[in-house]
Design a protein around this ligand. Structure first.
Ligand SMILES: Nc1nc2c(ncn2[C@@H]2O[C@H](COP(=O)(O)OP(=O)(O)OP(=O)(O)O)[C@@H](O)[C@H]2O)c(=O)[nH]1
Length: 830
């Protein structure tokens, strides 16, 4: 099976792309579960996850050469350059190009003044990543380009890490200077990962793995260190974000509860004091004095009574009392009434009383309560009294935390008018609209009758949590706020400590691991060296073996259990004409053809059953040569007895067979005349006798001897004798039928086996014909000669004799012919 190596940059790239895709899905389909899974992601727009998806995919695709992946890579790089580029233009020139994909409703907040827009440092990070990818995607390696790429990669990583670290070190406050969106914690973590991924990609692209134990140890330690540090940081940040979310919820709930409770208490105090004012004017004795004065303004007794009552009232709490008749003329006065001179008097909406909450260093309640008699207004009692309980409550609220403040405001025209507070010295007017837009301050919500908690920049431009509520129906709004940072401070301190501890542990762990890994690496290196040496040795012996087998005039191959070739030498190609690539791992039938496979099939099966097999086989080679092969199949038997395959060894024995055939020819034929010799004559005679016995037909054996042959030899030489013998043989063959056998027995003696004969007369006729043909004139070495011969015939009518007896009878007949003067024949009936 083909192996696909997996590299760290691919895993990181995929993780980044997956992160981007997940957040994009959350944004598109509003999946709450994902928002909970990745804290902080709910504030992310669509652009950032898209950029992560593009950069992750680009990292994975970059080293791949397939055209579709290269197109995808170019698209991703283009996206990484264009979208962050346009966002940067928006940041720098304060314009809106319509590329901030905002989900409605998505309100600006302290940390995200521009919903949907990537933070400036996020934008810069993606631009650097895009630049690095563009440089890495160029073919070849150029020094300047590589340096520029390294800077871009380092910048990407640093931007992510700086945002992470800055988050802990309260550097995130810097974002507020120019009202920029903050880089969110998950974005910072994944941006750091992207920097790492690009670094690994560069390593893969330009520095393929090499080096000894130290280099590996360094690489492992570094990688483990970086990965574990990132994990520790991410775990710290994620833990912080989770705890922050929980804490934020508890804090906001608590703040809202406290604000509502305090507002109720304040309203109760005001209600209680206003009721006290009403009890003054409802006393019958007081009412009677006002009626008497209405009837007679000069009624001294009534006037004195009311003056005494006004003076006495000061002992019950009020700081100033005024009593007026129906026309508003002063009847009695005691103490001081400051409303007119106070810096702030907030009107309280309460029926029947014209009341104000007056602020003069402390709070005072001013109320004008009408005195009624029989439904007619006969006068007015003005009472102004300090509100120590109210002041104390506000003081308690404002001192409940290092950064806690309480704003108590009323509406005046298009603004909220607030009494001085802990962080606002003097009376403050907060307009409801600023530069044509709604000024979303919590006090406006409270004055609009709403209740809740928001995270926002306060009037000092400090991020705060603000709880707001109306003060019943008094027309006042109460805002209690605390700085976000001071709320998070204990949590941040704990998390920082924990993260520092984690990083220290990681450093310790990676150092220990590096030391522990070294012996292992050394051992592996030793093993690899041994293995390489063994492999080299094996390769050397294989090479030697191959050159031996390739140069042997023998076909050598190996067939495995599946009858597929596992090895073949060069002779295999020479003899079969099939190149090695079409042999190795191919079935025997496929290589040799079905016909030749069938011829060998049984022997292959035998060999695969564990038997050594030897056989001769004729095979037509690829060069058209017919070869006689002597083949040996040797089974390859494993230690457990199973047959793993077959070693085949085929020798070309064509030449040997030719020699054998030649020897056979020489053994059975007479070398001089080419006629069958005595050895073959014996065979033929036995066969002829058998045939005639079966058929019951007569047969004859002629014994011929050239007359005075010795004289030819002696007079003309041995060569002339040889020539005469050859000519005599030819003449004998020409004198009988094709089926009759003519043999040379020895010297000048010849035998003719005649079958399917008729009577003795027919046989004698043949003998005469032979005598005539042999005796016809001929030229031997230019000498005109005649060949005389004598013939002895053994004739068998029915059952022929045995060969030796037959030859014996023919020899006797020859002897008689010689005795009769030669040049004739004699016949003996057997
Ligand atoms: N040139 C030649 N001579 C041969 C060969 N084999 C035998 N001879 C000679 O043939 C002669 C045979 O002679 P014989 O048959 O005994 O005598 P002949 O002279 O033929 O006398 P008759 O047979 O009685 O007529 C001998 O001299 C042999 O040496 C041979 O292969 N070539």
């Amino acid at each position: 099976m083909k192996k696909f190596p997996v590299y760290a940059y691919q895993i990181l790239g995929l993780a980044i792309a997956l992160f981007g895709a997940t957040i994009a899905l959350r944004w598109i389909f509003q999946i709450e579960a994902i928002a909970h899974l990745i804290p902080g992601s709910e504030q992310m727009g669509l652009n950032t996850p898209l950029m992560f998806l593009a950069s992750g995919l680009a990292c994975v695709c970059l080293p791949q050469r397939q055209p579709p992946l290269q197109v995808l890579l170019r698209l991703c790089i283009l996206l990484l350059m264009v979208l962050p580029g346009l966002t940067m233009v928006q940041h720098l020139f304060g314009v809106n190009l319509g590329i901030d994909f905002v989900r409605v409703p998505s309100m600006p907040s302290a940390s995200i003044p521009y919903p949907g827009r990537m933070a400036p440092n996020t934008t810069l990070g993606f631009l650097c990543a895009g630049m690095a990818l563009l440089l890495l995607s160029r073919p070849g390696r150029e020094r300047r380009r590589d340096r520029l790429g390294m800077v871009a990669i380092a910048a990407t990583m640093l931007i992510g890490l700086a945002a992470l670290a800055g988050y802990f070190m309260r550097l995130d406050a810097l974002y507020h200077l120019a009202s920029f969106n903050q880089m969110l914690v998950p974005t910072a973590a994944v941006m750091s990962m992207l920097g790492c991924c690009l670094w690994l990609l560069r390593q893969h692209r330009y520095n393929p793995r090499q080096g000894g134990t130290s280099a590996y140890q360094r690489r492992i330690t570094w990688r483990a260190g970086v990965v574990l540090t990132l994990v520790a940081l991410a775990a710290g940040v994620a833990g912080f974000a989770v705890v922050r979310n929980v804490l934020e919820k508890a804090l906001t709930d608590n703040m809202l509860f406290a604000t509502t409770t305090n507002a109720t208490s304040m309203a109760n105090i005001l209600d209680d004091r206003l009721a006290f004012h009403r009890t003054i004017v409802t006393r019958p004795i007081v009412q009677r004095q006002f009626v008497r004065l209405a009837a007679n303004p000069q009624d001294r007794e009534a006037r004195d009574f009311l003056q005494t009552a006004a003076s006495n009232l000061l002992t019950a709490g009020p700081s100033g009392v005024r009593m007026l008749d129906a026309d508003g003329r002063l009847i009695a006065a005691s103490g001081q009434v400051l409303r007119e001179r106070a810096p702030l008097a907030q009107h309280l909406q309460r029926a029947g009383q014209n009341a104000y909450l007056v602020w003069q260093d402390d709070y005072l309640l001013y109320a004008e309560t009408p005195v009624l008699a029989n439904g007619h207004r006969v006068g007015t009692v003005v009472v102004e009294q300090p509100l120590p309980a109210f002041d104390k409550l506000l003081h308690v609220i404002q001192t409940s935390g290092d950064s806690t403040d309480a704003l108590l405001c009323s509406r005046r025209q298009d603004a909220a008018l607030c009494a001085p507070s802990r962080f606002n010295s003097g009376v403050t007017s907060i307009p409801a609209h600023l530069e044509g837009k709604a000024h979303d301050q919590p006090i406006h919500r409270a004055l609009a009758g709403q209740r809740g908690v928001i995270s926002i920049l306060d009037l000092r431009k400090v991020p705060v949590f603000s709880a707001y509520t109306p003060l019943q129906d008094f027309g006042l709004g109460l805002v209690i706020q605390s700085d976000s940072d001071s709320l998070y401070a204990p949590l941040k301190a704990q998390t920082q400590l924990l993260t520092a501890l984690l990083v220290a542990l990681v450093a310790l762990g990676t150092t220990t691991m590096g030391l522990a890994v070294r012996p292992l690496l050394e051992r592996i290196e030793r093993d690899i060296t041994d293995l390489r040496l063994a492999e080299e040795k094996l390769a050397g012996s294989e090479k030697r073996l191959r050159s031996i087998t390739d140069n042997l005039p023998v076909l050598i191959s190996y067939i495995d259990r599946e009858q597929k070739y596992g090895f073949c030498n060069r002779t295999f190609e020479t003899w079969t004409g099939v190149p090695p690539q079409q042999v190795l791992q191919h079935h025997v039938a496929e290589v040799l053809g079905q016909e030749r496979y069938v011829e060998r099939q049984a022997n292959i099966a035998l060999a695969l059953s564990g038997q050594r097999v030897e056989f001769d086989i004729a095979t037509l080679g690829g060069d058209g040569t017919l070869r006689q092969l002597h083949t040996t199949f040797v089974p390859d038997i494993a230690a457990d007895g199973t047959v793993l395959g077959i070693y085949t060894l085929s020798t070309d024995v064509s030449a040997l067979h030719a020699v054998q055939r030649q020897l056979q020819q020489m053994a059975r034929f007479d070398a001089l005349t080419g006629l069958p010799n005595r050895y073959q004559m014996n065979e033929k005679l036995v066969e002829a006798i058998a045939r005639c016995r079966r058929a019951g037909t007569p047969m004859a054996l002629m014994f011929l001897d050239i007359d005075h042959f010795k004289a030819i030899n002696d007079s003309l030489g041995h060569a002339a004798g040889d020539e005469m013998l050859k000519e005599f043989g030819r003449r004998l063959k020409a004198s009988v039928r094709e089926t009759d056998a003519v043999c040379r027995l020895a010297g000048d003696e010849f035998l003719i086996i005649l079958e399917q004969l008729g009577s003795t007369a027919e046989t004698e006729g043949i003998a005469r014909k032979i005598l005539a043909n042999a005796g016809a004139p001929c030229k031997i070495q230019g000498q005109p000669l005649r060949i005389g011969t004598s013939i002895g015939i053994a004739y068998c009518q029915e059952q022929p004799l045995l060969p030796d007896a037959l030859i014996d009878h023919a020899d006797q007949a020859l002897y008689q012919a010689k005795q009769a003067g030669r040049g004739t024949f004699r016949l003996i009936l057997c």
